[in-house]
Each structure stands twice: as structure tokens, then as C-alpha cells.
Ligand binder design. Structure first.
Ligand code: HEM
Length: 418
């Protein structure tokens, strides 16, 4: 039997454990192993892994680190994945992976259209939608929270917000699922099979073609009350979004806002079912929902990590990342740093203070956070209020293969009479 302690386990061993499918149900012991090592440079993956809360928060605001991490991976790609004739917008980078001043410019323009007011106005719509989904789901004695509630909600809401015709929403469901892997920090294109790369690029091209048409259609018609029209009208000191920037931003909103929110809802329902006292408290007082959402974002966050590239040599504690090296910020590990959150392995929505980086920090702080919080809060409060005597059918449930975007693929719940 191995008697290895954390301090004898190397960073590379831990990367191996993290990639092992057996860790999907509970990666937190692996994160604890990383925390015990402190910031660690792992030569074999040319990356520094950081798990301390203060280190992660500081590095997310450090201008010596660049958000252009996909360039790192794109350079590993052997050939151009897009077919001839693909719309030029597929090559327009997302501002998620841009640095100032380009990032600042695009984010400012998009923020003018996607405001807190836009989101607040959605609450009655989201509440109705969640009610309808739960009514339908509860018709069966056992239902899947992922397909019955969590999966449909974010994509339906973003389509409604953008002004996508209801009949076309189905198309978005398919594309969104196909494209999420782009966001997974460990989906290295160099490891893709040619078939996977082709499928991914094909989905991306179809979605861009569709959004190009949608935008062209809006340009030619009177202004409507939807986000595409707002983005078309957004202006900052005479500056506007180019056509490709606009299309690429719409694709980003769809991809960044989908699986993340699916996982917030499903991880949230799972945590509540495992902690029936907190579920009962939420049922008795729906006003607790915002605190539950913040605790989920800390305890089992939908985005487990993010990455940056060092522009120059950067020292973090005793470790160093050389210029060009990757910095992996293990946010989900940082959330369980006892210096940030006491008794961190306990799920407790009643904490006096919840410190998390679930929406990142600094310039790239999630632009969709108000929308994600709204959807999470409405969905979890409605689940607690409407589903009688819920019980988990399988624990642990099956997980998706992603390392970064953590979530279950199915969450079967049995329930009592309505
Ligand atoms: C950025 C998490 C929902 C749009 C981010 C980042 C994180 C994150 C961690 C920053 C990544 C980094 O620093 O490298 C989440 C989580 C969500 C969620 C956990 C759900 C629970 C949404 C929604 C939308 C959205 C609903 C929009 C519809 C964006 C955009 C960015 C972003 C546009 C890029 C911001 C920038 O680079 O300036 N999100 N997100 N997200 N998110 Fe979200």
C-alpha cells in the first residue's frame, strides 16, 4: 500500500489524478493535494498551478499575465480547422481571451447593451419559464433535473434576450452543447482527433452562418427591443462594433452563458439534496436563494479553473513561471483555502462571508454574472418550493468529462405527490 503523503506527491502525479475519470465525482481531494504543494511549476505541461486564494485573486489582476491563452493552444494545432468559405467572423477572437486595450474597448461597447437593467427586466419571464419546466418535469414520478430544468433554461433565456425566433431555439441547443468544449481549459486542440476537430469546427461555422443572417436581418429592419438591436446601436465616442465583432460576441454570450449556468443549477440542486436541512430552509424562506447561489459558486463552482499566459518571468511564492508559460488558476481549490473561508469543506449557505472567484476577478469578471445569479436564484427557489419530498436516485450521479466546466450529465430525482 502506498503511504505517500501530499508533500511526497508531485504536481505531475496530481495532474494525472485530476485527468483520471475516477476524479470527476469528487476532485476536491486532488485540489487539497495541490494546495499542500503551494504554487507549483510543472515542467511536463509547461504550467504553474496556483491554488491559494490570495495568489489567484492577485494574479487575475496582474497585467504581466495575458488572457490570450488560446493562442497557446492554437499554435499547437497543425492545420486550420475551418473549411474554405467559412464566415470571417469565426476567426474573430472573443474578448474573453483579449487583453487591453482591445478587451477594454469591446467590453465597454458590449456592456452598454447588456446592462443590469436588461437583466432585471427578465425576472418575470425567467420565473414563468422555470414554473412551466418544473410543472412538466413533475408529471413524471422521477425526472432528470439536467434535461428537465437546468439545460433548457439558460439557452431559452439567451435566445429570448437576443430575439432568436422561438422556432430556431432547438438549433441553438445543439450548437451550444457542441461548442462548450472550447471553454474547457484542458481541451487541448493538439489532443483532438481529426474527426472531433472537424465536428467542432463544423458546429462553429453553422452557428456563425446563422448569427450572420440574424444580424443582417436586424440591420435591415426597424429597431426592436432585443439585445442584438441594442448591440447594433451600441456606441462609445463614435466607436461601434464591427460586424464580425458583433457576431463573435453573440456566439460568446451563448457559449459562455450556457453550460456554466446549467451546472450552477444542477450542482446547486445536488448540494441541496445532499443537505436536506438547507433545502428545507430554502423552501421555508425563498429569500435565502441568493445566499445559496453564492455558496454553490464557492463550494462546487461551475467554472473550476481559468488560465493565463505569462508575458514575462513571474514569481509566485517560491515558484516561477517563465515568459510564455501557462498559469492555471485553480479557482475551485482556492475557494477551499481555509485562509479565505473557514471550515471550507462544509456546504453552508449561512456563512457570514462567502469569498469566491466563481465569476473570476479583475478585467474579465463575468459579464453575465447578474443573469447567472438571477437564473440560479429563481431555479433553486422554485425547485425547493415545488418539488415535494425530493430524493436523489443515484449518488454520486454521472459527471460530464470536462475538467473545467464541472457538472453532472444526469441528475435523477424522485418525488412525492404534488
Ligand atoms: C467570463 C463564469 C454565466 C458571459 C466569465 C469568467 C468566468 C465566468 C469564471 C472569466 C474567465 C476568466 O477570467 O478567464 C461564469 C459562471 C456562470 C457564467 C460560473 C454561470 C453560473 C454567464 C452568462 C453569460 C456570461 C449567463 C452571458 C449570457 C460571460 C462573458 C465573459 C465571461 C461575456 C467574458 C468577460 C470578459 O472577458 O471581459 N464567466 N459565467 N457568463 N462570462 Fe460568464
Amino acid at each position: 500500500m502506498s503511504m505517500a503523503t501530499h508533500s511526497e506527491t508531485s504536481g505531475l502525479d496530481l495532474v494525472g489524478k485530476l485527468l483520471d475519470p475516477a476524479s470527476r465525482a469528487d476532485p476536491y481531494p486532488v485540489y487539497a493535494g495541490f494546495r499542500a504543494l503551494g504554487p507549483v511549476w510543472i515542467d511536463e505541461i509547461s504550467a504553474l498551478v496556483v491554488t491559494g486564494y490570495r495568489d489567484c485573486e492577485t494574479l487575475l489582476r496582474d497585467p504581466r499575465l495575458s488572457a490570450e491563452r488560446w493562442r497557446h493552444f492554437d499554435e499547437a494545432r497543425e492545420s486550420d480547422p475551418y473549411p474554405a468559405g467559412a464566415p470571417s467572423s469565426v476567426r474573430q477572437p472573443w474578448f474573453l481571451s483579449m487583453d487591453p486595450p482591445d478587451h477594454t474597448r469591446l467590453r465597454r461597447l458590449v456592456s452598454r447593451a447588456f446592462t443590469a437593467r436588461t437583466v432585471a427586466r427578465l425576472e418575470p419571464y425567467v420565473t414563468r419559464l422555470v414554473g412551466d419546466l418544473l410543472d412538466r418535469a413533475c408529471e413524471r414520478d422521477t425526472f432528470d433535473v439536467v434535461s428537465g430544468l437546468a439545460y433548457s433554461l439558460p439557452v431559452t433565456v439567451i435566445c429570448h434576450l437576443l430575439g432568436v425566433p422561438a422556432a430556431d431555439e432547438r438549433l441553438f441547443h445543439g450548437w451550444s452543447a457542441q461548442l462548450t468544449r472550447q471553454l474547457d481549459g484542458f481541451s487541448n486542440p493538439a489532443d483532438e482527433t481529426p474527426k472531433e476537430a472537424e465536428q467542432w469546427a463544423g458546429g462553429m461555422v453553422e452557428l456563425h452562418r446563422y448569427v450572420n443572417e440574424l444580424v443582417a436581418d436586424r440591420r435591415g429592419s426597424p429597431r426592436r427591443d432585443d439585445l442584438i438591436s441594442e448591440l447594433l446601436a451600441a456606441e462609445d465616442g463614435g466607436d461601434v462594433l464591427s460586424h464580425d465583432e458583433l457576431v463573435s460576441t453573440i456566439v460568446l454570450l451563448l457559449v459562455a452563458g450556457h453550460e456554466t449556468t446549467v451546472n450552477l443549477i444542477a450542482n446547486g440542486v445536488l448540494a441541496l439534496l445532499r443537505h436536506p436541512g438547507h433545502l428545507a430552509a430554502l423552501r421555508a424562506d425563498p429569500g435565502l436563494a441568493p445566499a445559496v447561489v453564492e455558496e454553490i459558486l464557492r463550494y462546487d463552482p461551475p467554472v473550476q479553473l481559468t488560465a493565463r499566459v505569462a508575458r514575462e518571468d513571474v514569481h509566485v511564492g517560491a515558484a516561477k513561471v517563465p515568459a510564455g508559460g501557462l498559469v492555471i488558476l485553480l479557482l475551485a481549490a482556492a475557494h477551499r483555502d481555509p485562509e479565505a473561508n473557514p471550515d471550507p469543506d462544509r456546504f453552508d449557505p449561512g456563512r457570514a462571508q462567502v469569498r469566491h472567484l466563481g465569476f473570476s476577478a479583475g478585467a474579465h469578471f463575468c459579464l453575465g454574472a447578474p443573469l447567472a445569479r438571477l437564473e440560479g436564484r429563481v431555479a433553486l427557489a422554485a425547485f425547493a418550493g415545488r418539488v415535494q419530498e425530493p430524493r436523489l436516485v443515484a449518488d454520486p450521479p454521472p459527471y460530464r468529462e470536462h475538467i473545467n466546466l464541472r457538472g453532472v450529465s444526469e441528475l435523477l430525482v424522485g418525488h412525492g405527490p404534488r
